[in-house]
Design a protein around this ligand. Structure first.
Ligand SMILES: NC(=O)c1ccc[n+]([C@@H]2O[C@H](COP(=O)([O-])OP(=O)(O)OC[C@H]3O[C@@H](n4cnc5c(N)ncnc54)[C@H](OP(=O)(O)O)[C@@H]3O)[C@@H](O)[C@H]2O)c1
Length: 274
């Protein structure tokens, strides 16, 4: 059993399974679920929703035992487009509801945030999602979104790994009682040659991936969602609950942050980061 995190009524597995770039991922999702993953992260934009739906069916794991997240892309933030995107996602996922619905990126078209937040709240009120939140918002936008949304947020999803300083957003999420869902937790593979992580991994008898994930998990409100197409890696990433990094190891990993550590920073779409 994977330990869980709680926020405003939502109980979420502390490690999830990412599906961007996996395409038709039915086999990978079925394998992940059989290995014990219970949170699957997808998005309209990834083109992985059909595979996720197929994989859930294939796994034999009951839908009610799975925490399923999808996202509405920035092109669909007008209320009517938003509702249509949610319907399309549910059709591909072969389910009546998701557990978490996120706005994938803030608008680039000056669509009033109030309209988008109304559409997000409506999706929850209509039972299309159990919980709501946003991804890739900065602190000011997150606060404005929460003020305008009639439904309580449970999650902020954002990039987070040892090379990125997210201390300001983390403190803010703590204050607001939100779970910080960490995407690119392995810096898309960027962590694997790191000498500091390598040294700690050797000392602990763990892999670098396990050290990077453990560092995120020990920040208490952080839920990483690594992606893998390799069953051995999937299993390894789940096997991170039998050891603790000490204060010195945590500090050494925190010190790996870099000014240019951000990976997902699309030009013209990314907000001014905190
Ligand atoms: N909201 C957003 O805007 C946003 C943006 C980006 C990502 N995300 C979500 O976050 C998820 C994760 O981020 P990501 O896919 O960009 O990158 P990631 O999880 O940081 O890195 C994935 C890479 O790590 C490797 N890997 C995974 N587990 C491993 C292990 N235990 N040992 C060794 N290698 C391992 C994978 O290779 P193998 O396949 O060989 O294992 C893959 O090359 C995405 O899939 C998506 O669901 C959200």
């Amino acid at each position: 059993m994977i330990p869980t995190l709680s926020a405003h009524g939502a109980t979420i597995p502390s490690i999830g399974f990412g599906t961007s770039q996996l395409g038709d991922c039915a086999d990978e999702v079925a394998t992940a679920l059989k290995l014990g993953y219970r949170h699957i992260d997808t998005a309209w934009k990834y083109g992985s929703e059909q595979g996720v739906g197929d994989g859930i069916k294939k796994s034999g794991v009951a839908r009610k035992d799975i925490f399923l997240t999808t996202k509405v892309s920035h092109e669909y933030l007008r209320a009517a487009d938003f509702a249509r995107s949610v319907e399309e996602s549910l059709t591909r996922l072969q389910t009546d509801y998701v557990d978490l619905l996120l706005v994938h990126w803030p608008t680039i078209d000056n669509i009033p945030l109030e309209e988008t937040m109304g559409a997000l709240a409506k999706a929850r009120q209509q039972g299309k999602t159990r919980f709501v939140g946003v991804a890739n918002f900065n602190i000011a936008l997150l606060d404005e979104a929460m003020r305008l949304c009639p439904e309580q947020f449970s999650v902020l999803q954002a990039e987070y790994h040892p090379y990125l300083d997210q201390s300001k957003m983390l403190a803010h999420c703590r204050e607001k009682g939100l779970i910080f869902m960490a995407y690119c937790p392995l810096a898309r593979g960027g962590v694997f040659k790191d000498p500091v992580l390598g040294e700690i991994a050797k000392k602990r008898g763990k892999t670098i991936a396990q050290i990077a994930l453990r560092w995120l998990l020990q920040q208490e409100i952080v839920a990483p969602i690594p992606r893998s197409a390799n069953p051995q890696h999937m299993a390894e990433s789940l096997d991170v609950f039998d050891f603790m990094l000490d204060t010195d190891e945590m500090k050494r990993i925190h010190a790996l942050k870099r000014a240019d550590g951000r990976i997902a920073n699309p030009k013209g779409r990314a907000p001014a980061w905190d």
